[in-house]
Write a protein that binds this ligand. Structure first.
Ligand code: SF4
Length: 76
């Protein structure tokens, strides 16, 4: 499997990526909602039921299905 995105990676930091969406700072990211997860984001291409998967923003790496970042766009 691809390596996981490190939350402390510069790009991850810039986007406020968290491997656990429940840990996102709501004051810093007021648009964040608990229902927003990488697994239901348009940019996520992981398979349903898997814990991690690819995200278009982080080529070559995996994000967690329950993660989140400020580039979140709800899957249509
Ligand atoms: Fe997760 Fe979407 Fe952000 Fe990628 S763009 S890290 S899938 S919330």
């Amino acid at each position: 499997a691809a390596p996981l995105v490190d939350e402390k990676n510069a790009q991850a930091m810039a986007l406020g990526y968290a491997a656990d969406s429940t840990k996102v700072d709501g004051k810093k990211y007021p648009k964040h909602a608990a229902t927003q997860l990488c697994s239901n984001c348009t940019l996520y291409t992981g398979k349903a039921g898997e814990a991690t998967g690819p995200c278009g923003i982080f080529p070559g790496k995996h994000v967690t299905a329950k993660g989140w970042c400020s580039a979140y766009v709800k899957k249509a």
